[in-house]
Design a protein around this ligand. Structure first.
Ligand code: FRU
Length: 428
């Protein structure tokens, strides 16, 4: 099929960046994009709850915050005796803190009264006046008897951190529903034609060039039945992931207006998860996580971190490494990590993710559910994985090493020499 037939350059998408089938068809594992195999961490590094999607408390300028010497992160968590596949149904946000960037302590659940039946991923802002905001996804409707899959974007204000006697994050929090899909730019639940729709994972970003304040999120582009998008191919149209964005007219973290998506992937992929930006060398690097099973028919991708780069926030994003693939799991452990989050450190980009299913080389994640319960439990990492180190140059990236599990270097921390640097040194 030609790109034309697949709907590239389709009317109505002018000026909006897209991840095309042609680009995605170039996805392949290379030495520069495959992470090393992950082994379980030392027992003392395993938290007492299962954790997965994780985000760090960040300053307005996007750098990781240090509060009186503490790094702070937030994770989706579930009891560690629960079957890992059930964790999304009970997810609770917990806070963790560390004074060395290596050993993390559980500060407990953040909220008593969060919106939604459960909470999914988000981001956290340490504002200039020391107040803490959490953005999260309220999944399901509070009060409903059954588990529902409605997703709303919520902001919680009122947080503060007290370190006079250890580390304490407390409220009182106020929860504000910030955004719902409008059905026009962003698909609503009742418009979804394939897999479950997405409207989640809010991520705060202040543009260093314009000073404008943005909230990115994972969404879908509505494609009505009978549309001629993707050459009218209904099977492809169901895969309609997008990176949504809202703008705060005043910079207030609790006031947002929906705008057109930054990028979409109609006919390519259904889930562009946890979108976030790293600004570097005057360029905007837009990263997302996605799954093997959310690629449209005819495309083969992996559970991986994908990325795009543009000269402006609203630019015409070019896929990194030509296909978009930035970091994936080895072929013999294809689900060992997920939910990658990139952040700058010195002249590198570091990438944190959670340790997912290991010692498992099935073809799909679904196969996990067919293992015995004890096998499912044994194979789930449920903690943070090693931090990857990326060399980023223009539209090229290269994995150049990794740090330990849950090692998030402190400001100014010098990283060990990479393999390449050691070899180069040997020559000198
Ligand atoms: C990615 C993800 C997020 C969501 C969370 C729910 O791992 O699907 O998009 O917020 O998991 O558990």
């Amino acid at each position: 099929m030609t790109n034309e037939a697949l709907g590239e350059g389709r009317p109505g998408t002018k000026g909006r960046a897209g991840w095309t089938r042609e680009q995605a068809s170039r996805i392949e594992r290379t030495d520069d994009t495959v992470a090393p195999i992950v082994y379980p961490p030392a027992t003392e590094q395993i938290p007492e709850v299962h954790i997965w999607d994780t985000w760090f408390l960040r300053n307005r300028d996007g750098t990781l915050a240090t509060v009186d010497g503490y790094r702070v992160c937030f994770s989706l968590t579930a009891p560690s005796d629960l079957l890992p596949g059930k964790r999304h149904d009970v997810a609770t946000i917990r806070c963790f803190y560390s004074d060395d960037g290596r050993n993390w302590h559980n500060a407990g659940p953040v909220f008593e009264d969060a919106l939604g039946q459960r909470q999914w991923a988000g981001s956290a802002l340490y504002d200039d006046d020391g107040s803490v905001y959490l953005f999260y996804t309220a999944a399901g409707e509070e009060g409903a008897d059954d588990l529902t899959y409605t997703q709303r974007i919520v902001g919680a204000g009122g947080g503060s951190i007290d370190t006079a006697d250890g580390f304490v994050l407390s409220g009182p929090w106020t929860h504000h529903e910030l955004l719902q899909p409008d059905g026009d730019r962003y698909e609503r639940e009742d418009q979804s034609r394939g897999m479950i729709y997405t409207f989640r994972d809010p991520w705060f970003f202040e543009d260093p060039e314009t000073g404008e304040t943005w909230l990115l999120f994972e969404a879908n582009t509505p494609v009505p039945e009978g549309s001629d998008v993707c050459g009218g191919d209904a099977a492809l149209q169901e895969f309609n992931g997008s990176v949504g964005v809202a703008r705060s007219p005043t910079g207030d973290p609790l006031e947002w207006d929906l705008e057109d998506p930054l990028l979409d992937a109609v006919g390519v992929n259904q889930e562009l998860e946890r979108p976030h930006i790293v600004y570097r060398d005057g360029l905007y690097y837009l990263f997302i996580s996605s799954h093997l099973h959310t690629f449209a028919p005819g495309l083969e991708g992996f559970d991986a971190l994908y990325g795009f780069v543009a000269e402006d926030l609203r630019g015409d994003y070019v896929p990194l490494n030509e296909s978009g693939l930035v970091a994936t799991n080895p072929e013999n452990a294809p689900f060992q990590s997920y939910s990658w989050m990139a952040f700058p450190h010195d002249d590198e980009v570091l990438v944190q993710s959670f340790f997912n299913y290991y010692d498992f080389d099935g073809d799909t994640l679904d196969e996990i559910a067919h293992l015995s319960e004890s096998d499912q439990m044994r194979r789930f990492g449920g903690s943070l994985g090693p931090t990857l180190r990326l060399d980023v140059e223009g539209s090229r990236t290269r994995i150049i090493g990794n740090l330990g599990h849950w090692h998030i270097p402190l400001d100014g921390e010098t990283l060990p020499l990479t393999d390449r640097e050691l070899i180069r040194r040997g020559k000198g």
